[in-house]
Design a protein around this ligand. Sequence first.
Ligand code: PLP
Length: 354
Amino acid sequence: MIVPHSRPTISEDDVKVVSQVLASGNIAQGRKVREFENEIACLIGTKYAVACSSGTAAIHLALIGLDIKTQDDVVMPSYVCSSPYFATLHAGAKPKIADIAFTGFHLSAKSVKDRLSAKTKAIIVPHMFGDPADLDELLNLGIPVIEDCAQSIGAEYKNRKVGNFGDLSVFSFYATKMITTGEGGMVLTNNSDFYSRIIEARDYDKKPLIPAKYNYKMTDFQAALGLSQLRKLPQFINRRRQIASLFAEQFSNYRITLPSENIHKKPVFFRYVALIEKEGLIEKEARKGGVICEKPVWKPLHKDLAGVKCPNSDHAYTYALSIPIYPSLREEEIEHVTGTLKLIFKKHLSFRKS
Ligand SMILES: *Cc1c(COP(=O)(O)O)cnc(C)c1O
């Protein structure tokens, strides 16, 4: 048996609604996209939502919403995928790379403060692995915050949905995210000026030549899939949380650091990330046993940038291992994951004294 690291959850009802849109003849951006935007705005609790072609396009549009210009700085953590970095370059601005905190994988407000200057125009704050970031201090810095909710739709911080705190928030509906449209994204805001600039930039048709426009539209058949997935989001989240508590119970006796509980946060477990000594060896042996674990961040951004130091991102990069967790995992697959990993832990890691 081979358990992949990640897999979309698509069922018959998803296939049906997409087919219906395809058969209708109206397949480009239209009524379904507007309905999807309304439902996401309603779920998160913002005034405006703009659907687009990817999470990366959503970050680019959010920066356009803020009227980011050449020479402006955008701060983001090193420990994240390269999407926010590239989106910042697309906007013509300069990425400033900050470190994460020593525990929990999230952007450190202290490190952000070290990177601030008069040119800082935005901070991108990812809620890593479905776990809400520590927002309070970051929101108090007086710089516009873009929440990156690509991994965390439905997660809650202090009893409010993430995506409801920042000046703007962005979502991704890539194949293996919490819910999917194949590829897709969304930008949310309460600010009507941001919203107008974003709507104006999303497509090029019948528009003035300056400033530049894009084609970042979502199709109606994608939106139909998104709506159908959104209806299942509560059950997806419950299933992920169920599997996470099973992992917590099964792995509690070994010398590894498991995701921690925090009364202010309701995570959705997009990833189940443990800190493990000898993580390279564990990953290799798990793979041999048919359990595909991966580094949850492929490579921290600062690794490719001379002169930027992010020791906590280095630490996470070295020790973090992502264990398969998703709603379409079958019972026997979950048993294979826990059984295989427990054998490997027993062999290579000492027991925790309890
Ligand atoms: C997936 C992801 C993105 C980019 O989304 P795409 O839809 O793949 O462009 C951005 N930020 C984070 C944290 C992500 O996980």
